[in-house]
Write a protein of this length. Structure first.
Length: 115
């Protein structure tokens, strides 16, 4: 089994499709006898520079474990989805299940606002 980290950038006008994209991706991982270690919805964020005249995107982070040949079919499914305009799939040496620094920072900022 190989470990992967996937970051998806979803078209900002189609944020309502995020739930469907996540459930479809989870289903593909489970059908491949894989396992999702971490799934984070980072929400809508400002891009560093415009991409195809877009200034914002909805970000999703996912860490998963799938058999060696299965990542290609998952990548093909992501490529065929018109709502996803950028993606990156990285192979990692180990599974990551702890919260990402992005989420930790958001949690710290929200806790400071409450006090």
């Amino acid at each position: 089994m190989n470990h992967y980290e996937i970051v998806l950038m979803i078209h900002p006008d189609r944020s309502d499709e995020v739930g469907r994209i996540i459930s479809c991706l989870k289903r593909n991982v489970m059908n491949a006898n894989g396992k999702v270690h971490r799934l984070e919805d980072w929400g809508r964020r400002q891009l560093a520079y415009p991409i195809s005249k877009m200034h914002k995107a909805h970000y999703i982070l996912m860490n998963l474990e799938v058999p060696k040949g299965s990542i290609q079919s998952i990548e093909n499914d992501l490529r065929s989805d018109d709502n996803i305009f950028r993606k990156i799939i990285l192979r990692t040496k180990r599974p990551f299940s702890e919260r990402s620094p992005m989420i930790k920072f958001q949690d710290e900022a929200s806790s400071k606002e409450r006090t």
